[in-house]
Ligand binder design. Structure first.
Ligand code: ATP
Ligand code: MG
Length: 322
């Protein structure tokens, strides 16, 4: 097991007090496993990603929980100890990829630094010419045009889509044990998206990298992930092998998410989006947080929140299965 998240709850401090976002998240990730995390906007996907790499905004608070990475609880490590893990151990492609780059260094320098971290980990030395070749090839792999020119530039001279690809190149050079990719291809067109999916799978196959792939786009997640985790209002609603979850989603929320994706259901004309909107974290409904929107709602759903239960190697948080 590479990563074990146990009972993780995270809140944000706001002017009116404290708002709990992540509620008792339990999640295990094996070496070499690609886990897709989906959920509507505001469900807590980025908060979960940031919490794992301890790069939350300053007003975030870890309420409870353990995050065991490679046998160590990273929440108990001192910052300088954790700094060694960040980068070579865990790397995150942020939803805003500019946050992963240094504005005053050229792309070339930043990619060389990423490569150096990896080489140091492997205790390998390569000459400058070889290093330059590796970074040029990686920049070409992520389909950036004119690699030799583009690496001379500074981040602000690139477009959003180009920056996204530079940060993906950085991840490929670093080859971390755990890669957290938060909407990594949102600014890229579909052919480049497919290439990134291929490169991430290759990284997993060659290096045994575990990947947390966060996305709105279930069909994209379906193309890459081994497992699917569904978040709603900061809660884990479902977790299972992707084939199983897509074919027979257990939670009505997952059923709703999937039936609104034409490329998966292949039933044109029958698409239905889930009605209503996710609740505000300030006024969460009692009982199951999805109950006001749930087509299968029962009396108990409005009174008591169901726990996550395990059923045939899958996890689901729903009264239908208790
Ligand atoms: P998206 O799909 O839009 O990226 P998400 O699933 O990544 O959404 P988060 O960014 O984790 O969601 O946000 C979860 C909730 O936490 C939202 O209600 C958001 O408004 C709130 N939130 C995020 N960052 C902060 C912060 N620094 N302070 C207060 N609230 C925050
Ligand atoms: Mg997000």
């Amino acid at each position: 097991m590479l990563l074990q998240i146990k009972n993780l709850s995270v809140s944000y401090k706001v002017p009116i007090g404290k708002v709990k976002i992540l509620d008792n998240i339990n999640l295990d990730i094996d070496k070499g496993e690609i886990v897709g995390i989906v959920g509507e906007s505001g469900s807590g996907k980025s908060t979960l990603g940031h919490s794992i790499i301890k790069l939350n905004p300053p007003n975030a608070i870890y309420d409870t929980g353990e995050i065991i990475f490679d046998g160590k609880d990273i929440l108990k490590l001192r910052e300088e100890e954790f700094r060694k893990i960040r980068g070579a151990g865990i790397f995150m492609v942020f939803q805003n990829p500019l946050n992963s780059l240094n504005p005053v260094k050229t792309i070339r320098l930043q990619l060389l630094e990423a490569l150096k971290v990896k080489q140091e980990r492997d205790e390998k030395r390569i000459d400058d010419k070889e290093a330059e070749e590796i970074i040029i090839n990686t920049v070409r792999d992520v389909r950036l045009p004119d690699p030799k020119e583009i690496i001379k530039k500074y981040p602000h001279q690139l477009s959003g889509g180009q920056i996204q690809r530079v940060v993906i190149a950085m991840a490929l050079l670093l080859r971390p044990k755990l890669l957290i990719a938060d909407e990594p291809t949102s600014a890229l067109d579909v052919t480049i998206q497919a290439q990134v999916v291929k490169l991430f799978k290759q990284l997993r196959d060659e290096e045994g990298t575990s990947i947390i792939f966060i996305s709105h786009d279930i069909s994209l997640v379906y193309a890459i992930a081994d497992r699917l985790v569904v978040l709603y209002a900061g809660r884990l609603m479902e977790d299972g092998k992707i084939e199983n979850v897509i074919k027979t989603p257990l939670h009505p929320y997952t059923q709703g998410l999937i039936s609104s994706v034409p490329t998966i259901t292949k039933k044109e004309g029958e698409l239905k989006a889930i009605e209503g909107n996710p609740p505000s974290f300030l006024i969460l409904p009692s009982g199951c947080k999805f109950n006001p929107r749930c087509p299968k709602v029962m009396g108990i759903c409005k009174e008591k929140e169901p726990q996550v239960i395990e059923k045939d190697g899958r996890k689901v948080r729903c009264w239908l299965y208790e």
